[in-house]
Design a protein around this ligand. Sequence first.
Ligand code: NAG
Length: 151
Amino acid sequence: SEGHHSVNSYKACMKFSDCYSGFVSTTMGPKDYMVSNTHCCQSDGCNQGSVPPPQNNRTENGLQCPACIVPFQETCPGTQAARCVGQETHCIYFAGRVQAGIINTRFATRGCATESACNTKPGAEVPSASYLYFLRRADCLPAPQISGRGE
Ligand SMILES: *[C@@H]1O[C@H](CO)[C@@H](O)[C@H](O)[C@H]1NC(C)=O
């Protein structure tokens, strides 16, 4: 469809206590979203197999969250709103540092997420494709309903 869409699979080492096995979906905007399916394991060569691709349910569920993606800064205004989809019932605010090769910079992001994203705690080191995220902030709260009018 529109925008670009990429499917990746990667294997890496990380702290077991920072690893969450299962499905995570996050949405920062109509074209800014990510779904993932992870399997964590703890023995030599245990990550040889493959993991089934995640479901990608883009049906809006009536919830919304403040949204933003800000590179190079650790705060995110959240002045836009993301409409949550599928099983996304929570609002996240993740911020910290991100390392890509020799580049190490700040990042901040807010949006909708599945409750499974609440397993990510401040202090976690989370590898993702070509990045390594160091979370300093990992807020996760139930998402409010989209209100029909102002209050
Ligand atoms: C997709 O998400 C919507 C909204 O949460 C839900 O009503 C629907 O049952 C989901 N569909 C599937 C196939 O899980």
